[in-house]
Design a protein around this ligand. Structure first.
Ligand SMILES: [Zn+2]
Length: 287
């Protein structure tokens, strides 16, 4: 089976170092196995998006020599497929309407308040999927064995938001399956939601890809790098240096001499020498 990896950024701002590391890791994991590497824009949440961010992200990837295969997929064009998935969940009687306010939802796991309430469709409501006590297990390529009891740890989770936008987990699962993604390499901040996505894959009867979660880049306060935390966009920097630092972050021990090379030479070295085993088994790394 041929390997297909992907990078799926949200267009909420320019790429920062943490997302570049995820792009580099997913690229090298696919290309070191002669696989394809796809780019998908996670543009399903317009209120959070920033105009120009998508162009800026694609430009940065090109600057870094991370050339994707095929066309970029824009998730905003995939609403019909997401609706089909919701219809399937509905036909299995696995979703219900919830109109709990944010204030009502204080705890960690949703307690199933609306499961048996049968709210009218006329009121504004979110849709939740019924979870259960069967543990979801998977072996992460970097972080090791993960197990979660969804009903206790998460509760029935949202598959369509009260503002009618599709929930992230549905969009991800539907498109990973549709694009035939075999390996997902992404930041460890998403480790915790993987069980939810595997649960959906099983119900929607689609394959579960291999998962590997790289450490998230955090600042000295332990906060994930994002534009909220004034992480500097990478466009302004030397792409060669960024690539070199990304390889170092990923435990690949790049040769110093590479700093004199160009982007293509650094990427080639990365593809040739990539070893997932060398990526630190940590949730976060401070930079
Ligand atoms: Zn509710």
């Amino acid at each position: 089976m041929s390997v297909i990896g992907r990078f799926a950024p949200s267009p909420t701002g320019p790429l920062h170092f943490g997302s570049v590391v995820a792009a580099v890791a997913s690229y090298l994991q696919a290309k070191s196995q002669n696989g394809q590497w796809l780019v998908r824009i996670d543009d399903i949440d317009p209120p959070r998006e920033q105009s120009g961010a998508c162009d800026s992200i694609l430009k940065t990837l090109e600057l870094l020599g991370l050339h994707w295969d095929g066309e970029v997929l824009f998730q905003r064009h995939r609403q019909d497929a997401y609706q089909e998935a919701l219809d399937l969940l509905s036909s299995k009687k696995l979703i219900y309407r919830c109109n709990c306010s944010r204030k009502q939802l204080q705890g960690n796991a949703y307690p199933g308040t609306c499961r048996l309430k049968a709210h009218s469709s006329k009121q504004q409501h979110a849709l939740r999927i019924i979870t259960n006590q069967t543990p979801v297990n998977f072996n992460d390529g970097i972080q090791g064995h993960v197990q979660q009891n969804l009903e206790n740890d998460v509760g029935d989770f949202i598959v369509r938001r009260a503002d009618d936008l599709i929930a992230y987990h549905i969009a991800v699962v539907v498109d990973d399956a549709w694009q035939g993604i075999t390996e997902i390499v992404r930041g460890a901040d998403l480790l915790d939601v993987t069980s939810r996505q595997i649960y959906l894959q099983r119900i929607l009867n689609v394959p579960t890809p291999a998962y590997a979660h790289i450490p998230a880049a955090v600042d000295a306060d332990g906060k994930k790098l994002s534009k909220q935390h004034h992480a500097r966009p990478v466009n302004d920097d030397q792409p060669e240096t960024i690539l070199f630092l990304a390889l170092e972050f990923l435990g690949q021990q790049p040769d110093e001499v590479l700093l004199q090379g160009n982007v293509e030479e650094i990427i080639q070295w990365g593809v040739k020498n990539w070893s997932m085993k060398n990526v630190p088994e940590k949730a976060t790394i401070e930079i």
